[in-house]
Design a protein around this ligand. Sequence first.
Ligand code: ADP
Ligand code: ZN
Length: 741
Amino acid sequence: MPEIKPPVSVAATERFVSVLLPLAVDGAYTYLAGPPGVDLKRGDLVQVPLGTRDYTGVVWETDSDAPQIARAKMRQIGERLDAPPLGGELLDFIGAVADYNMAQAGMVLRMVLPVEEAFRPAKPRKGVRLVDGSKNPPPEGFRITAARKRVLAVAEGGLLWGKADLAQTAGVGIGVVDGLLAGGLFELVDLPAETIAASPDPGHHKVQLLAAQEKAAAVLREKAGGGYSTTLIDGVTGSGKTEVYFEAIAAALEGNRQVLVLLPEIALTTQFLERFEDRFGARPAEWHSDLTPARRRDIWRSVFTGETRVIVGARSALFLAFSELGLIIVDEEHDSAFKQVDRVSYHARDMAILRGYLGKFPVILASATPSVETRVNVTRGKYGSVHLPARFGGQPFPDIRLIDLRENPPERGHWIAPPLVAAMTDVLAEGRQSLLFLNRRGYAPLTLCRKCGHRFVCPDCSSWLVAHRFRRQLQCHQCGLTIPEPRQCPECKTEDSLVACGPGVERIMEEVRARFPVARTVTLSSDLVRSPAEMREKFAGIAAGEFDIIVGTQLIAKGHHFPSLKLVGVIDADLGLGHGDLRASERTFQLLHQVVGRAGREQEPGVGFLQTHMSDHPVMQALAAGDAEGFYAREISGREIAKMPPFGRLASLLVTGRERHRVEDQAKRLAAAAPSQEGVRVLGPAEAPIAMVRGNHRFRLLVKADRAVDLQGYLRGWFDKSGSIRAGVRLSVDIDPQSFL
Ligand code: ADP
Ligand code: ZN
């Protein structure tokens, strides 16, 4: 009898599931459901084959249609991981982030599953312990070197040690411990599981709130117990916003929800962690790019299982797989550090609101200088708001004085104008602190040859090389390229002909030291601190009054509390106004307000000096008059007239590639293919203000649309029609762009 072969068609009972993989591909892949007997659900984490590799992905849809590919090519799900499924809200969030930002869902999943193996059960960690030598003598010929002796001395007493800890304490490499282990002098023992973060206690140390604070806290507490809402808490720095939103956190914890606090800078977290611990009796877990891989894995898992209740983190923490998330706080919500421009471009504040909306829980935005978008959303009634009228101790906001550099220029070759020098002299005599702010790292932004005019520029970017004297280097702030400080001009070969033009913080410090030789000084700039620990130390030193004069970049502008700081001087208040982009005024106002707000938070009132060439500019006038409301009103009506966000919508398209003509050509074709639609204008292409970065040429198109237009829908229709992007050229889409450079 001939053998009967089964038909090659798909059996009626066969099921297909689609699996989203953390890869840069469009959409999910379809697999045969299985293995037999396993009932797969949406959100299950599974191992699947793709090409020659296995990947971990997430079941996206369980009843996919039979795919259009041959049955023989269909592959089956490998295994389902022994882990809880990702929740439906999280999956919806992944899809919505991808849709809104026009990103690949797989790349968003990659932000959710950034740690390989995190969802597999934890392997017990092993420690080492000294074996009783009399029972187990070392093998013949085993040498007890000096290094080994140190390890044995440390481990004496039979304590259980982590290998790395033991090696570090004994001051030896880990190989020395391994050697002793191999020689049988140590044994391996399971280490007890560590808690990642102790549970915060909502009633640990309640603070007596002022009447206005209590009123605001009552509103937030009530919201924290309900469904979706977004609420702005605003009030000058030091008015107690943190103290007030702690009450909302307490309410969420009492309701058994997890809490996420987003901060714009890791540098801010230390003081925050300490305050949180004072209030709740335990430190929250931190999430940012500086964690060790092991720590990342532990935290990811503990958030996923719900063991960790509160996370404080940078924007990427928004993509953690919380199991019971019930409140997100976005502190300093106006800060542009919440915007990521990358494979997936997104604004963490806006995506936090999206996550709250999908998960039906409240979101709180805190700021002393809210973004125009948020202010307008409050006016429109989309967000609620609570307001704190004054600083906790009753100190007034520092008096702000303008120093018009046209009338009061610094002496030649100097940068601190006479009135500021005089004020600093007085503050120093009183034994109080001064802070000079300049948002520019390094010594000087440009080096040129006095003889031939040669300027040092980056070969790969349209950018000057910034002189860093402390490190004796020139550096490109676009791509990071560094070269040793040159001694002669590469063009005309003249020796000692190079001059530094303009100031950076290092140069301001040089002037400070020359003018105030007895003052104790410190420079704070991200490139001058080697580690977060060193940064913390410097901040603590300032808070403790160990320095008289501080010179810093924007690192110093945010969040820190320096009790004895009296004076803030801004070296170049006009710096941010130069680019003239949509938010130049807003950002300058926020930054200067924030940095001046560091002064006079305790004891007597503080004072701020702004050195400016544009003393008539509305931003300078509003700051000097303490008229924030006037500033916002003017800014908002300007945006409304120009139909700029939030009264219109923007998307930026950036076309990049190594060959300029190809890039330009692609950008032009793209523009030519733009469908015409009422309420949409496509501007450009134009060469980007920073025309080249890392050897890639850049052209920009800007899409401006009325608020009612479905901007993403328009872009999708356009890209479908315009055909594929040419080889060697890349198109990146940025919805709600913040940078136009
Ligand atoms: P903001 O977040 O608005 O800058 P903070 O919450 O940091 O303000 O408060 C500023 C300072 O005042 C902090 O040191 C804080 O502990 C203190 N503070 C604010 N409100 C109170 C209060 N009701 N009781 C005690 N200290 C308070
Ligand atoms: Zn460069």
